[in-house]
Write a protein that binds this ligand. Structure first.
Ligand SMILES: [Zn+2]
Length: 170
């Protein structure tokens, strides 16, 4: 079966959601613009994902890369970049099944992943973790995501909160 990917309209909504989520998350952590810009991350949607970046059952996942500036041969210039891999087809499937509004669902997913990235980049949380640690981290990240969304008027968020209470892992 052909996988469903975001339409141009959905991609444009996602773009807005990402910008606002970045502001809201930076605000929550009281990070200045320049602090925020020090975190190296990017977003990719499913059409641009490599096979190891696809996580069939997840809505998104963070993949960590060691990168080197183009042309630099030295390991001392290595830096870490986090790629937030958005799984369009799983998201669209769930929106259709549960009849969620697209916007609050995307907000939840994007803020959630940004909180992971902030916590990795601030070394609050190691990227490598065992299952028990991962579960504990997920619970914390879900809680922070709700806190951030509570502070901002996002229509349709309570239905999304209810859903994620029962679907903790992603
Ligand atoms: Zn997570």
């Amino acid at each position: 079966m052909e996988k469903k990917l975001f339409s141009p309209e959905e991609l444009s909504l996602l773009n807005t959601v990402i910008s606002r989520s970045e502001e809201m998350t930076a605000d929550f952590y009281k990070m200045s613009d320049s602090d925020w810009k020090k975190i190296k991350y990017d977003f990719k949607t499913e059409k641009d994902l490599k096979s190891h970046e696809i996580a069939e059952k997840a809505f998104a996942q963070v993949v960590k890369y060691d990168a080197r500036p183009w042309g630099s041969p030295f390991n001392s210039s290595l830096y870490t970049i986090y790629r937030i891999c958005i799984q369009d087809s799983t998201i669209l499937d769930r929106i259709e099944k549960y009849d969620f509004l697209t916007e609050p669902f995307l907000f939840y997913i994007i803020i959630h992943e940004l909180v992971h990235v902030v916590r990795f980049s601030k070394y609050i949380k190691k990227f490598e973790a065992d299952e028990e640690e991962m579960y504990a981290e997920e619970k914390i990240v879900h809680e922070i995501t709700r806190n951030i969304m509570e502070k901002n008027a996002i229509q349709g968020r309570s239905e999304v909160f209810d859903f994620f209470k029962n679907h903790l892992s992603f």
